[in-house]
Design a protein around this ligand. Structure first.
Ligand SMILES: Cc1cc2nc3c(=O)[nH]c(=O)nc-3n(C[C@H](O)[C@H](O)[C@H](O)COP(=O)(O)O)c2cc1C
Length: 268
């Protein structure tokens, strides 16, 4: 999974090849991706272009952001903070596993017909479909819209680790040993996708605790999904590198500029 996290980038131009033959594989990846460190599991659903057509939605993505033949993955979740973090974790885990199998994807938080999809799938109650993942076989040539989005979000750009990972408080960047396991874990977090490529996550290391924060004044649904994605990248990398530990909610350092989410406690 580490290699896939290091190389994955968003794909918005898909070929016209149907994913019908890969449906079994995708369903299996969905089943394996549903549990995040916060405990709740999420059912991931898959919808094909034919099904969307039949149900009167047509193209789910808006503004022509997705071209070619795309299926969509999504879940139906309670509209809570933990629900959104779990959502980010579960769908990102699927996106990474799909990339390993040569299937490209792009998160869509705003550019999809949310109300129409929710009208089709939601029962009554406080449940939402906050974002979807467009998936398909990557097309060699990028569409015009994809090129524009890439210029606007500058996806290759990631903040340096010195702006993301801190030592005990938010004053000191953490000194990371080159070529260490931890450098790999933090680089996987750094590579994570985020809405508008904002990369709002911050980690503060305190002894064997790794506290996850969001840098924001106004926490949004998308920010919470971004946090789930960062937690997912950290967790998949540390599991592959056999770093033992577990996730807990603590009450660490308070700072008005940051919102605390969760702590990874490494076993000594
Ligand atoms: C929660 C979330 C929502 C996103 N929503 C959109 C979207 O509505 N439209 C879009 O084109 N890209 C969307 N993206 C993709 C990001 O723009 C992209 O991941 C980021 O710019 C980094 O680029 P990369 O994934 O190619 O590395 C979203 C990503 C995340 C994580």
């Amino acid at each position: 999974m580490i290699e896939a996290m290091m190389t994955r980038h968003s794909i918005r131009s898909f070929s016209n090849e149907s994913l019908q033959k890969k449906r079994e594989l995708i369903d299996q990846i969905c089943r394996e991706s549903i549990k995040g460190p916060l405990g709740h599991s999420i059912e991931l659903l898959q919808v094909s272009p034919q099904e969307l057509q039949k149900r009167g939605i047509g193209q789910l993505a808006t503004f022509g952001v997705i071209s070619g033949s795309a299926n969509y993955l999504f879940g139906i979740i309670p509209d809570t903070r933990a629900g959104l973090v779990n959502y980010g974790y579960a769908i990102e885990k699927a996106a990474i596993a799909l990339w390993k199998e040569g299937i490209g994807s792009c998160w869509l938080g705003g550019m999809f017909k949310k109300q129409k999809l929710e009208a089709l799938y939601l029962m009554k109650g406080q449940r939402v479909i906050p974002a979807v993942l467009a998936i398909g076989m990557p097309h060699e040539e990028k569409s015009f819209v994809e090129r524009i989005v890439k210029i606007a979000t500058r996806p290759a750009d990631r903040k340096p680790l010195t702006e993301l990972i801190f030592d005990r408080d938010f004053q000191q960047p953490l000194k990371i040993k080159p070529d260490s396991k931890w450098e790999t874990v933090f680089t996987c977090v750094q590579r994570g996708p985020s809405a508008r490529n904002a990369q709002p996550w911050r980690i503060v290391k305190e002894y064997n605790y790794y506290h996850f924060y969001l840098e924001t004044k106004d926490e949004t649904e998308m920010n919470r999904i971004d946090m789930g994605i960062a937690i997912c990248h950290f967790d998949l990398a540390r599991l592959e590198l056999e770093i033992e530990g577990s996730w807990h909610v603590r009450r660490p350092l308070e700072d008005p500029r940051y919102r605390y989410f969760i702590t990874f406690v490494r076993e000594k």
